[in-house]
Design a protein around this ligand. Structure first.
Ligand code: HEC
Length: 120
């Protein structure tokens, strides 16, 4: 009985791990959803994809997502914490508002931004 339970737990944990953002391929549903969500929500201030034709409407603009993704400090964990926290006072003149995202939106954005890391 105990053995069975722990085998089940191991199985559940490994499924959870594989379905995390790390396991996403560039065109997985989560990445695609994150790209389109980011274009709508973050695109007012950030260049979200290198193919973006329009420049951000609001100023000061934030760094492009391509540039942000290359920062070694921008890990999945750090990005999750940043997006989930109250960082409304960030940057000059409180430039970046707290995006107030819910969990599934954070999952999408994280998967998308991690897919921008070169060499992934
Ligand atoms: C109203 C404009 C605005 C919007 C909307 C916005 N950002 Fe930003 N963001 C900025 C600015 C400006 C900076 C740079 C702040 C600074 O200079 O310190 C920034 C910085 C960042 C950073 C870098 C944080 C760091 O540690 O340096 C990340 C990551 C980021 N934004 C992600 C996002 C995501 C994801 C969204 C959409 C959910 C988003 N931003 C929406 C303006 C915005």
């Amino acid at each position: 009985m105990m053995l069975r339970q722990s085998a089940l737990l191991t199985l559940m944990l490994s499924v959870a791990f594989v379905s995390g953002a790390q396991g996403q391929t560039p065109n997985s549903d989560l990445v695609v959803a994150g790209r389109s969500f980011a274009q709508r929500v973050c695109g007012a201030c950030h260049v979200v994809t290198p193919q973006s034709k329009a420049l951000p409407l609001l100023s000061p603009p934030g760094p492009s997502f391509a540039a942000l993704a290359q920062r070694p400090l921008l890990t999945e964990q750090a990005l999750r914490e940043f997006l989930a926290s109250n960082h409304g006072t960030m940057g000059p003149h409180e430039a970046m508002p707290n995006p107030r995202l819910v969990d599934y939106q954070i999952d999408e954005i994280v998967a998308f931004m991690m897919s921008l890391k070169v060499g992934k």
